[in-house]
Ligand binder design. Structure first.
Ligand SMILES: [Zn+2]
Length: 87
């Protein structure tokens, strides 16, 4: 476990997804966001789904994501990361 690499967690990414798409993320967070997506198939899929929502609706709001869908994703992420070696 390293405290030096402050990698963005899947949960954090999901929290920031609306800010990412509406452009209100800081440059630093945006970089971390993209770096995370590059290394995470789950989040790549998630972002693609969000893109489709935006294409369909023209915008993305917390309501579009939906609390239930978010919980499901987080649960899936948790189950996935538990099977991964740390670090
Ligand atoms: Zn992820």
């Amino acid at each position: 476990m390293s405290l030096l690499t402050r990698e963005m967690a899947c949960q954090e990414l999901i929290e920031l997804v609306t800010a990412y798409f509406d452009g209100s993320l800081s440059r630093r967070d945006r970089r971390r966001f993209r770096a995370h997506i590059r290394g995470c198939d789950h989040c790549t899929t998630y972002i693609e789904q969000m893109r489709l929502v935006i294409q369909a609706t023209g915008r993305l709001t917390e309501q579009d994501i939906g609390a239930e869908a978010r919980e499901e994703l987080l649960a899936a992420f948790r189950g996935w990361s538990e099977g991964q070696p740390e670090g």
